[in-house]
Ligand binder design. Structure first.
Ligand SMILES: O=C(O)CCC(=O)C(=O)O
Ligand SMILES: [Fe+2]
Length: 340
């Protein structure tokens, strides 16, 4: 039997309710699909993150079909800037280009923000070693399950936030999408995240870090009808503007996605030049969701990394640990988020 010292008798071991005790001493997250390893969050951040949410969520459901839970903030204010700096500095990003076809016309789309994504839909799970298993049989997945992408496990630094968010919102998430808006020229146009692969009335938890940006919402147009209640509702709904600050979280749930649109419009001046990160947690139900998310958030272009001042192309090394100094600018026209 081990002896207890007098000191430990008077200072009994604290019972911790932490979800994860991972700190910077643990190995970085790595996987064969990652261009480079992603460090663990430093303990200065994880220790405080366990106190989230800092504020109680406020329900916003005073308009037809709208159901939001707004945390102002969710992430304790003492760590929102360090967390923003950590994620901007340590994650890999992409500037995705793709084509859309409307009838006979093909249009080139340059996504007007930096993006990255991690996760896999409900039909598969990652082993701790990073291998994909079928979620039902627990056997390796068929080779052709993901034809257009290689799913990436959520790194520990984002998985801790995912687990905390699951507990606080009583929902489950298997995807983490990250947007980086470098300046007021970066944006996301009006869309809804109501793809079939998310199931009916999906809950989406959306975090803001860094510069304050306006989050605009408006009801989807309702088809003209003789029905009085529809006409009444069209005139009843008014657009909403949430000035999302660093650490805020908006949980969109119920019919919000099927009936409302949301956007982050371009802005001149203000804080937007300092950069903003958005993290969304979602739950995709089928393999098509996984293929969609990787296509529109990773794509097949260059890997980009923050060099302390700007995003540069990573990979073509010119010296130890350095990427080529090729600035990636927000040259894009926001032709519209396909949101397919
Ligand atoms: O940046 C935001 O707050 C919104 C991002 C968003 O709507 C999306 O990624 O679908
Ligand atoms: Fe969205």
């Amino acid at each position: 039997m081990s002896k207890r010292t007098l000191d430990s008798f008077f200072n009994p071991v604290q019972k911790k309710t932490k979800i994860s005790l991972s700190g910077s001493k643990d190995a970085p997250s790595n996987h064969h699909t990652y261009p480079f390893a992603i460090p663990q969050l430093p303990p200065e951040i994880t220790d405080i993150l366990n106190f989230a949410p800092e504020a109680e969520g406020k329900v916003i459901n005073d308009q037809p079909d709208l159901d939001l839970l707004y945390f102002q903030p969710y992430i304790p204010s003492s760590i929102s800037t360090p967390l923003f700096e950590f994620l901007r500095g340590e994650l890999f990003f992409y500037r995705v280009k793709y084509k859309i076809k409307r009838g006979p016309i093909e249009t080139d789309i340059n996504t007007p923000r930096f993006t990255t994504v991690f996760g896999v839909d409900e039909t598969s799970t990652f082993t701790p070693q990073g291998d994909l298993l079928d979620a039902t049989s627990n056997k390796p997945i068929p080779k052709d399950r993901y034809k257009t992408c290689k799913p990436r496990p959520i790194p520990a630094c984002l998985d801790l936030l995912r687990k905390l968010t699951e507990a606080a919102t009583d929902q489950q998430y298997n995807f983490c999408l990250v947007n980086y808006y470098a300046s007021g020229d970066d944006s996301i146009s009006y869309h809804s995240d109501d793809e079939r692969f998310l199931g009916v009335d999906p809950a989406i938890a959306s975090f803001s870090l860094g510069a304050k940006r306006d989050f605009l919402m408006k009801h989807k147009p309702t088809p003209p009808s003789d029905d009085k209640s529809t006409a009444a509702m069209n005139s009843e709904t008014k657009p909403l503007k949430l000035p999302l600050g660093s650490g805020d979280m908006v949980l969109m749930r119920g019919t919000t996605q099927s009936k409302w649109l949301h956007s982050i419009p371009k802005r001149k001046g203000g804080e937007s030049g300092n950069g903003r990160i958005n993290i969304t947690f979602r739950r995709a139900m089928v393999a098509g969701g996984t293929e969609n998310y990787y296509r529109y958030n990773v794509g097949d272009g260059d890997v980009l990394k923050w060099d302390g001042k700007k995003m540069i192309v990573w990979g073509e090394k010119k010296g130890p640990g350095e990427g080529v100094e090729k600035e990636v600018k927000a040259e894009d026209v926001d032709k519209g988020y396909a949101g397919l």
